[in-house]
Write a new protein. Structure first.
Lengths: 172, 321
């Protein structure tokens, strides 16, 4: 028997290669961390969750079956890990519920209005907003990340924007 | 988002992170860090002798004593049986019965796997459990053959018409990707088969996080093989034997899956200590086949099974038989 029997799918095929996951990590770490920070409301927890998520992706890379993009698969793990760690943390302090403090330590009224509006959005709308605005993900990748169709992403994002604008206008 | 978009304020909620990607080493450390669920209780004490699979009687679910209520009459029982038979005769009824069977771990050789899995580029034309059993730490496995009679092209461009994967239907880990090849059993280069090594592994030693803390290796044997020993080296230079299941699919099943030759299937479980460093030094496994009388029929040496470099490494070396 050959070490790679003829026609055999290597351990990384259809799974993902370690190098590919590392490439995503090195290319997009700030976006992963920023989206995770939006979800958790805690930058330190976000960094930790992203590290754990990538460790999980490394362990499970053989599970990747190439039905979608590797980037989307990794994003799904990051989102799920971050949500899981946020929910496990007591008390939970997601961004939308977190008191707003700017760099100089003062609460900014504008950002507080945005935060307040975010808090009133359904979780899925919030999540899609985060992934779109903080990670700059396209609809397809967001769809893979949260396991919905691209159409749902577009519709949800549209609804979220309208809701946000309405909520912001109400508080202006 | 244009400059006047009120949603621009979102950007101010979370300050950007620096492009600091030096944490990759930390990712790898976390990925390979022992977790309570995947590591022996004392990580310094390798599981030299994997605990034998508990006897079936110990693993069996405790059955509830089923007594007939005093008010039941034979006529009632007959009516219930008839109703049950009628329900099972319907497609939803069959599906329900199948679900119950799968839930209870009653899948049999030749059945479809407990969980449907997406195929390689296309849906398989048939999925069959060709071996099932339990890992030494209790997890139920199903070795599944997905068949693509028309062939599919995999990542390296070669057409295949069969893929094997080891599923863990009772765990959240579920299905793991496996190995594909033309025909079943997968052909082997080097003139080893047919008529070569009577027991030969296929694919690599696999890790199944979330399903079992053991490493698993599966392969095929000639029908004459009645016992397979898989040995691995230990830190002190000795060799230990893995726990091995040997399964004999029926001739009918082999016919259904268009098996090129009659084969048995083996699944070996090695303690995690046998391949602790998945990307580290070479590990040499030996797969030894014995007949019913205990005579050795042959052996193969399988090297670097746990390393990605296996892809470019030497072929497993036939050692006789």
């Amino acid at each position: 028997m050959s070490p790679r029997p003829r026609g055999e799918v290597q351990a990384d095929q259809p799974g993902a290669t370690l190098a590919a996951i590392e490439g995503i990590y090195r290319s997009h770490l700030p976006e992963f961390r920023r989206a995770a920070a939006a979800i958790t409301g805690d930058r330190e927890l976000a960094c930790d969750a992203v590290q754990d998520a990538f460790a999980c992706a490394v362990r499970l890379r053989a599970n990747f079956r190439r039905e979608g993009s590797l980037n989307g698969w990794v994003w799904r793990i990051v989102v799920n890990t971050t949500l899981s760690q946020t929910r496990a943390r007591k008390p939970t302090t997601p961004l939308a519920d977190h008191p707003s403090t700017s760099d100089n330590g003062h609460t900014d009224a504008a950002t507080e209005r945005v935060r307040s509006a975010l808090a009133r959005l359904p979780e899925r709308q919030r999540l899609i907003l985060f992934l779109h605005y903080y990670a700059d993900l396209d609809y397809a990748t967001i769809a893979e990340a949260i396991d919905v169709s691209s159409g749902t992403v577009g519709a949800t994002l549209h609804t979220a924007r309208i809701s946000m604008r309405r909520l912001l206008e109400e508080t202006t | 988002v244009n400059g006047s978009d009120p949603l621009d304020a979102l950007a101010e909620l979370v300050a950007p992170f620096d492009d600091d990607s030096d944490g990759w080493a930390d990712v790898l450390r976390r990925a390979h860090a022992p977790s309570p669920a995947r590591q022996p209780s004392n990580s310094n004490e390798p599981l030299r002798n994997p605990p034998a699979t508990p006897p079936a009687t110990l693993r069996a679910r405790p059955s509830r004593r089923w007594t007939r209520p005093a008010r039941w009459q034979p006529r009632t029982a007959i009516a219930l049986l008839a109703a049950a038979a009628a329900v099972i005769a319907t497609p939803p009824g069959r599906a329900g019965a199948e679900w119950v069977g799968h839930t209870l771990g009653l899948v049999e050789l030749g059945d479809p796997p407990t969980h449907h899995r997406p195929g390689v580029d296309s849906e398989p034309r048939g999925s069959y459990v060709i071996a099932t059993g339990h890992a030494p730490d209790g997890g139920r496995y199903e070795l599944v053959l997905d068949r693509y009679p028309g062939g599919v092209t995999i990542a390296d461009g070669e057409p295949v018409n069969g893929c094997l994967s080891l599923d863990w239907p009772d765990t959240a880990a579920g299905s793991f990707s496996g190995f594909c090849g033309p025909g079943f059993p997968p052909p082997q280069n080097g003139g080893i088969a047919p008529g070569g090594a009577p027991a030969r592994p296929f694919g690599f030693l696999g890790v199944y996080p979330g399903a079992t803390r053991y490493l698993a290796l599966y392969g095929f044997t000639d029908r004459a093989v009645r016992r397979v020993a898989v040995t691995y080296p230990t830190a002190d230079g000795t060799r230990e034997s893995a726990t091995v299941d040997l399964i004999e699919p029926s001739d009918q099943l082999l016919s259904r899956i268009d098996s090129i030759e009659p084969v048995n299937v083996f699944v070996a479980f090695l303690p995690s200590s046998a391949g602790a460093d998945l990307h580290g030094s070479s590990k040499t496994l030996e797969v030894v086949a014995y007949d019913a009388a205990g005579r050795e029929l042959g052996r193969v040496r399988h090297e670097n099974l746990t390393s990605p470099s296996i892809h470019e490494g030497p072929a497993p070396e036939p050692m006789g038989g």
